[in-house]
Design a protein around this ligand. Structure first.
Ligand SMILES: O=C(O)c1cc(C(=O)O)c2c(n1)C(=O)C(=O)c1cc(C(=O)O)[nH]c1-2
Length: 256
């Protein structure tokens, strides 16, 4: 019913479409209470550590997601551009890359490299949310998967906020931990120029544009759901099976 109504509507202009995408920032995970607590300094050390350990699963999944996009993309120019995202996270030419920088963040907040790599803290809800994003990228067209990365439009602000607020609130976090956020300020800005170009070019009918906004909402849901799982575990002290045991019995990645 709704789809029929939208189909009858004229397409948004490029500018209107871009404005509609940017308006989705209202639903970005910055608004989640877990993130709000991280900025205003009310997080405990365990809550920060839990976030870093869980987000590691997102970090290692991003290049897998980007490789899936390239695998579905027959356009050589796009692939040449897109591969930079994989290199940014995996490292190249002596640069350590985002995954290593995230491990350093983990150590700076007092986790060991081994416990982060073991994924022992990764909550099932976080894993399911991140896996949904990777699986979407595998199955969608490369243009749709590419445009789902556009929550990154809103990310530089979040990285900057962490750089501005965390050192004051959490003096126990070692300075070396902040390099990841610094690197992303430029990397994310560059990525969104390319992602936005693909998106504004690809979705031309109103119906397609509405679909893309729905895809962006899906990605926002991924990010929000990750924090919901962390809220249950680290704020409400209700991790999975808390009624049964204090042990972390969650499954490890079945495919990684
Ligand atoms: O810390 C954050 O809040 C945040 C959010 C996002 C995002 O919006 O998906 C990304 C990142 N960081 C990030 O560091 C990153 O490398 C990244 C890649 C992507 C993507 O979808 O391809 N999103 C994000």
């Amino acid at each position: 019913m709704n789809a029929q109504v939208n189909e009858a509507l004229p397409p948004m202009s490029r500018d209107e479409f871009e404005q509609a995408l940017r308006a989705k920032s209202a639903f970005y995970h910055t608004q989640h209470p877990y993130h709000v607590a991280m900025y205003n300094g009310s997080c405990t050390k365990e809550q920060i550590q839990g976030w870093v350990a869980n987000r590691f699963y997102y970090q290692i999944s991003i290049p897998v997601k980007d490789a899936a996009i390239m695998a579905n993309c027959p356009d050589r120019d796009v692939r040449r551009h897109w591969v930079q995202r994989v290199l940014d996270h995996d490292g190249y030419d002596g640069a350590v890359g985002g995954i290593e920088a995230w491990l350093q963040l983990g150590e700076a907040v007092g986790l060991t490299r081994e416990e982060i790599l073991s994924q022992e803290h990764v909550l099932p809800g976080v894993r399911f949310a991140v896996d949904a994003y990777v699986n979407f990228a595998r199955r969608a067209t490369w243009q749709e998967a590419a445009s789902s990365s556009l929550t990154e439009l809103f990310a530089p602000t979040i990285h900057q906020n962490r750089l501005d607020s965390w050192p004051g609130h959490y003096p126990w976090i070692k300075e070396e931990g902040y390099q990841y956020f610094r690197n992303r300020l430029t990397e994310a800005r560059r990525d969104v120029v390319h992602g936005l170009e693909i998106t504004l070019e690809h979705y031309t009918t109103r119906e397609q544009q509405e679909r893309m906004l729905n895809i962006l909402q899906f990605k926002l849901d991924v990010l929000w759901s990750m924090l919901d799982a962390m809220t249950m575990a680290y704020e409400m002290a209700r991790p999975p099976y808390h009624t049964v045991t204090d042990e972390k019995v969650y499954h490890k990645g079945l495919f990684s």
